[in-house]
Write a protein that binds this ligand. Structure first.
Ligand code: M6R
Length: 610
């Protein structure tokens, strides 16, 4: 989705903002722009397409001169991607420039009102309304004008604002859309995402809903909605900037696949102390768990798929009923929840609009909420009753990899904690699973050795011209197949569908013809024979089968055209290892097809609109 970076300091703003915009590219965008304010007013440069075009148009930022500015990457919602629709937007008198993330819901009404007052709009965007409204409402004081602006606007927003009458000041305000203030030495930043400013500072302040920041090179002042000055505590982001860089890999996605042993180690191991799990001090008493009528897991995309793995694991070991629901469905289904249900919201970014809305609804209805989130201090992390961070580090590629596997690992921790607290698991099985979970990073490391990676690469190349791929599996393998199909389709644009293996014969098998590729996941010993018979029915109809199985359980090879193995592991842990194989497979298919792997078309990393 859209990204914001703003700078004020003693250096030229535009080159710093260009660097910040490049670091925001991963969020997905179709145009970009910058505005700087100097003694002679505001200058703007914006363009459709890649940031490299903005770079060229401004000669690396040199042609925009000024120490204070705002920059933006736009992901089109209202109006096609074009130079004119890109941000920043200028007010008619050229005195205000605005960048905006979010959606102004009452933009049509505001636009009509402004047009009757003679305001001529240049773009089709909802965002331009904010720039024109600032001019219309201007009362001589920028802060009170911003307050008047947000009183008129309905919807979600993060705004960066500059004003020609105050070239030494940068303004920001937000509601339901992320925005942080980065604190530097003699320079300060605004950013929709810490990654944009992490090269300059690790100290950030989060603006609350409706709060206004007035920022100079040396000072930051914060104001509540009613105009009172307030204090805000900064927090430190301990992510190393190199973790948000490619580090020699051709793509962030590949780098993040290889980050997984560390990400899993950081997520799991510090929380296991001998035979005890410490969920960062979050307590779930036996009485509380026994009193639950069920658990709701809610998320979007891969986070939802992690939830399905978690649902199966928790139901199996804790004997608590778990419903896993897509956040976009949860918020409109009039959910049955309350004190007797725990709602677990899963989100890598912690800013996904549907997941945030689901969290708020669950809280409003009286449910306790637990967030499983990666980005520290993100909206979902801040608003949930409890948060268990996944500690994957920054994830830049749009396709989640380490974000997903660490979510699954966190759910294993939660499930095991619940099971031992409720007494629904034997001590022996608990210890075995705990040790399997602790070993998981090493198994992933093994999976990322040369030979398994080369095998995934070879099969991916061989099957890269497929138009449609089916993924099948049962139980935990079905959960893994959902994620495998999503990974393949989102980055390689190959149509991919996941089916519970037993469902094939209820319709889908009619699509299997000579050469159709089915990826059959068969890692669950108890279900192995059943999946094997599904594999046979595909191959006997001329379909091509690529199987995924553990080494000790790889007799499916006899009925398949190819086999990718995962290291031997406890069956309950296999979804993580299967995910790694399928990530590699998807990556190499997309590579062979020449796709833009880190920034697939039409997709954004963090979906901050409903
Ligand atoms: O940041 P979140 O975990 O809330 O994001 C949820 C989905 O948008 C995300 O998992 C998406 O499906 C990924 N592109 C999948 O790779």
């Amino acid at each position: 989705m859209c990204g914001i970076i703003g700078y004020i300091g003693r250096g030229q703003a535009a080159p710093v903002m260009l660097d910040g915009l490049k670091r925001l590219e991963y969020r997905g965008y179709d145009s970009s722009g910058m505005a700087v304010v100097g003694e002679s007013g505001i200058s703007v440069c914006k363009t459709e397409g890649k940031i490299s075009r903005l770079d060229e148009k401004t000669d690396g930022g040199k042609t925009l001169v000024g120490f204070c500015g705002i920059g933006h990457t736009r992901w089109a919602t209202h109006g096609a991607p074009s130079d004119i629709n890109s941000h920043p937007h200028l007010s008619c008198d050229g005195r205000f420039a605005v960048v905006h993330n979010g959606i102004i819901e009452n933009h049509a009404e505001l636009r009509a009102m402004l047009e009757t007052h003679g305001y001529a709009f240049k773009s089709e965007t909802d965002s331009e309304v904010a720039a024109q409204l600032l001019q219309y409402l201007f009362d001589g004081d920028v802060k009170s004008t911003i307050r008047a602006l947000i009183e008129r606007i309905k919807g979600s927003y993060a705004f960066g604002i500059i004003f020609s009458g105050a070239p030494d000041r940068l303004y920001a305000v937000r509601k339901d859309n992320p925005l942080v203030i980065g604190l530097g030495n003699g320079e300060n930043y605004i950013a929709s995402d810490v990654a944009a400013a992490l090269a300059h500072t690790h100290e950030f302040v989060i603006l609350g809903d409706g709060e206004i920041a007035e920022i100079t090179a040396d000072e930051t002042h914060y104001y509540s909605t009613d105009g009172k000055q307030i204090d805000k505590e900064p927090y430190t982001v301990d992510w190393d900037i190199t973790r948000a860089e490619k580090g020699g890999y051709p793509h962030f996605m590949l780098k993040e696949i290889y980050d997984q042993p560390k990400a899993l180690t950081d997520t799991v191991r510090p929380r296991i102390h001998e035979d005890e799990i410490d969920l960062d001090g979050i307590t779930f008493s036996r009485e509380y768990l026994d009193g639950l009528s069920g658990v709701d897991i809610v998320g979007c995309g891969s986070a939802y798929h992690a939830g399905i793995v978690g649902k199966q694991f928790i139901e199996k070991h804790c004997r608590i009923r778990v419903d896993c629901t897509l956040a976009s469905e949860y918020i409109y289904k009039n959910p049955i929840t309350g004190k007797d249900r725990l709602t677990v919201i899963i989100s890598q970014s912690g800013e996904t609009a549907d997941s945030l809305a689901a969290l708020r609804l669950a809280k409003k209805l009286g449910s306790r909420t637990l967030a499983v989130v990666n980005v520290v201090q993100s909206a979902i992390a801040r608003e949930a009753d409890d948060v268990l961070y996944t500690r994957a580090g920054p994830e830049i590629a749009v396709a989640t990899t380490k974000g997903y596997t660490t979510q699954v690992a966190a759910l294993y921790l939660i499930g095991l904690k619940f099971a031992i607290t409720r007494g629904t698991i034997t001590k022996k099985r608990y210890s075995a699973l705990l040790s399997a979970l602790s070993d998981l990073p090493d198994k992933v490391e093994e999976q990322l050795k040369e030979t398994p990676v080369a095998n995934a690469h070879t099969y991916a190349e061989a099957f890269s011209n497929q138009h449609c791929v089916f993924f099948i599996g049962r139980g935990a393998d079905y959960a893994a197949s959902l994620e495998g199909a999503l990974k393949l389709k989102e980055i390689s644009y190959v149509h991919a569908e996941a089916y519970a293996a037993g469902e094939l014969k209820h319709g889908t098998i009619s699509l299997v013809e000579k050469g159709t590729l089915t990826i059959a996941i068969a890692t669950q010993s108890e279900l192995y024979d059943k999946t094997e018979s599904n594999v046979r029915s595909v191959s006997s109809r001329g379909g091509t089968v690529l199987a995924i199985a553990s080494r000790e359980n790889s007799k499916v090879r006899a009925f398949a055209d190819g086999l990718l193995t995962i290291p031997d592991c406890d069956d309950d842990m296999s979804p993580v290892l299967t995910a790694v194989v399928l990530q590699l497979f998807a990556y190499y298919v997309a590579f062979k097809r020449g796709c833009d792997i880190d920034k697939p078309r039409n997709l954004a990393k963090s979906v901050t609109v409903e």
